[in-house]
Write a protein that binds this ligand. Structure first.
Ligand SMILES: [Zn+2]
Ligand SMILES: [Zn+2]
Length: 70
């Protein structure tokens, strides 16, 4: 069962790493998912916690925001 739109999104948005302490430190994690707002973003690994928000899945093309508020 996938929590997100597709398996790739599941994989790249889940933090499951022993080497790093959080999502933004781990280069393997490409997508930041904010459960609270149901928002997705691409993590910019520049040492900070920059994220570019995305409305469509880069892997399968599904629309990501369910709220329809924007
Ligand atoms: Zn997808
Ligand atoms: Zn890592």
């Amino acid at each position: 069962m996938t929590k997100h739109c597709c398996e790739q999104m599941d994989l790249f948005s889940s933090f499951n790493c022993e080497k790093h302490n959080d999502t933004y430190e781990c280069p393997d994690v490409l997508i930041a998912y904010t459960e609270q707002f149901h928002k997705y973003g691409i993590i910019i690994h520049d040492g900070g916690s920059s994220v570019i928000s995305i409305s469509y899945c880069p892997f399968c093309g599904s629309k990501l925001s369910k709220s329809g508020l924007n």
